[in-house]
Structure formats: structure tokens, C-alpha cells
Design a protein around this ligand. Structure first.
Ligand code: SF4
Ligand code: SF4
Length: 113
């Protein structure tokens, strides 16, 4: 779980943002497993279906797998829970630190253009 235990200073497990699969809709295509870069899913080859195995690895606010699921079987909570975290948990100090890091990257990239 290296690198995914916090989100801008907020313990990741305090943010209930992760996918849920509706087994009645899922056709077991495996696309969600293939496209997620954070190993949130595994594939159960015996049952021919995807399983959420590392929910808190999910990138907060991401809905890519849900957007791409061909049958709409992946659900997320309302984005308002993320907005509440942003408002209430003081993430902007950590955001500013991140911006400072990125500023250096941007300057280096601009020099190469
Ligand atoms: S992409 Fe959708 S249908 Fe395909 S395995 Fe994942 S949840 Fe099931
Ligand atoms: S929303 Fe993004 S990070 Fe989260 S499980 Fe889906 S593809 Fe992976």
C-alpha cells in the first residue's frame, strides 16, 4: 500500500471513496482489472468476475473504471464526500507543498522546450 496511505495529509482510510461492483450487472469482462493502475481489483478466474481487493488504493475522485465499465456495474459514492474532505480537513497546506514540488518540474520542463 506504499504511497497510498494518505491523501494530502488525510489518512486514506478516513475517506470512503472506492468502487463497488454490482454482481447482478457485472459480466466479468475484466476491463476494470486491466485499466486500473492501482491494483484495486483482482480477477477471480474460478468465478469469472472482478473483485475489489484494495479499496483504499483507489485514487480519490477517480471514476475511470466506472466510466468504462460496459454495463455500468461499478458504483461510487457521491463526489460530495470528497468535497467535504477538501473543505473540512485542511488539505490546502499539503496541496501548496505539492505545487512547490511541481513548480520545480515545470521550470525544468520549460527549459527543455
Ligand atoms: S468492467 Fe464492469 S463488467 Fe467488466 S468486470 Fe469490471 S465490473 Fe464487471
Ligand atoms: S476509480 Fe480509478 S483508481 Fe479507483 S479503482 Fe477505478 S480506475 Fe482504479
Amino acid at each position: 500500500m506504499k504511497g497510498y496511505d494518505q491523501w494530502f495529509g488525510v489518512p486514506r482510510k478516513e475517506i470512503a471513496w472506492y468502487p463497488k461492483i454490482d454482481p447482478a450487472k457485472c459480466i466479468g469482462c475484466g476491463l476494470c482489472v486491466a485499466i486500473c493502475g492501482r491494483e484495486v481489483y483482482s480477477y477471480d478466474f474460478a468465478d469469472r468476475r472482478s473483485v475489489v481487493v484494495k479499496p483504499y488504493n483507489c485514487l480519490v475522485g477517480c471514476t475511470t473504471c466506472s466510466n468504462l465499465c460496459p454495463v455500468g456495474a461499478i458504483e461510487f459514492p457521491s463526489i460530495e464526500i470528497v468535497r467535504d474532505v477538501i473543505k473540512k480537513c485542511g488539505v490546502f497546506k499539503a496541496v501548496k507543498e505539492k505545487l512547490k514540488e511541481k513548480h520545480g518540474d515545470f521550470v525544468e520542463r520549460a527549459k527543455k522546450c
